[in-house]
Design a protein around this ligand. Structure first.
Ligand code: HEM
Length: 232
């Protein structure tokens, strides 16, 4: 949809934006409750289940969601990524309706990294006290619990570094290229001149229904419920 008076183009649907900012909040909750331990671990578990629900939803949305949410729209090869980096280093102005080729790769990496973290968490346990046990830890041997726990404790640092790079990239865009990607992730719109070169028409983007998004979210929550119950 193009609003001529303000020359803004709708880019991100509501499900993608809600997904993003809820994920950010839940990762913060998971981090701090994990650090606090003790009674806070109850919230750590619930937050992890909610993150897994979001991730399953987002992966499905990447196949059947709105144009800019689809993996086919932003997963590009290394050549596209190199071309984008050249454009970024030069004086040129990048034009992207959705994720740029480098951002798209980072999005996939972040989704996979967080997914790995949650899966490891399901199999983790505090073997010293035996008081905190991931819902699937009973399904595997102590050796695998130890591996999963060590990975879970280490991998959060990798995620934090990736998030720092992700935020840095958004700041570089804002300061150097004067393009506000953060605002777009909040309200869903971008300036037309950030989407296409001057004189070009706005691209035709399709937006999937909110009802479909809600159905997928409920299905994702059901899947997580059954995964958690697997451990008995
Ligand atoms: C735990 C922290 C974060 C994680 C795991 C994360 C992850 C993600 C993911 C997965 C996407 C893709 C959204 C989608 O297509 O569904 C995304 C996009 C985006 N994120 Fe984050 N994010 C985090 C924090 C932040 C913060 C703090 C900011 C703002 C300063 C931010 C700014 C953005 C922007 C601007 C985009 C869109 C990039 C583009 O236009 O291509 N993110 N993020």
């Amino acid at each position: 949809m193009v609003e001529k008076s303000t020359q803004k183009v709708r880019i991100w649907d509501l499900p993608v934006r809600l997904f993003h900012w809820t994920l950010v909040a839940l990762i913060a909750v998971s981090y701090f409750t994990g650090q606090a331990g003790g009674d806070w671990m109850k919230f750590h578990f619930w937050s992890g289940y909610a993150i897994l629900t979001l991730l399953i939803f987002r992966i499905a949305w990447g196949f059947v969601g709105s144009t800019t949410a689809r993996f086919s729209n932003f997963v590009k090869g290394p050549l596209a990524a190199i071309a984008h980096l050249r454009e970024m280093l030069g004086r040129g102005r990048p034009h992207d309706a959705g994720h740029n080729p480098v951002g798209g790769a980072m999005v996939v990496a972040l989704l996979l990294a967080v997914l790995l973290q949650v899966v490891a968490g399901l199999f983790s346990a505090d073997t010293d006290t035996g008081t905190v046990t991931g819902p699937l830890a009973r399904l595997v041997t102590d050796k695998w619990i130890e591996r999963a726990t060590a990975f879970h404790e280490f991998w959060i640092n990798v995620i934090l570094v990736m998030v720092a790079l992700h935020i840095l990239a958004a700041i570089v865009y804002l300061v150097w290229k004067k393009q506000n990607l953060i605002g777009a992730m909040l309200h869903g719109r971008k300036a037309l001149h950030d989407v296409v070169p001057p004189g070009e028409e706005a691209p035709l983007l399709a937006f999937a229904s909110g009802r479909l998004a809600l159905s997928l979210l409920i299905a994702a929550a059901a899947i997580v419920y059954f995964i958690v119950r697997l451990g008995g």
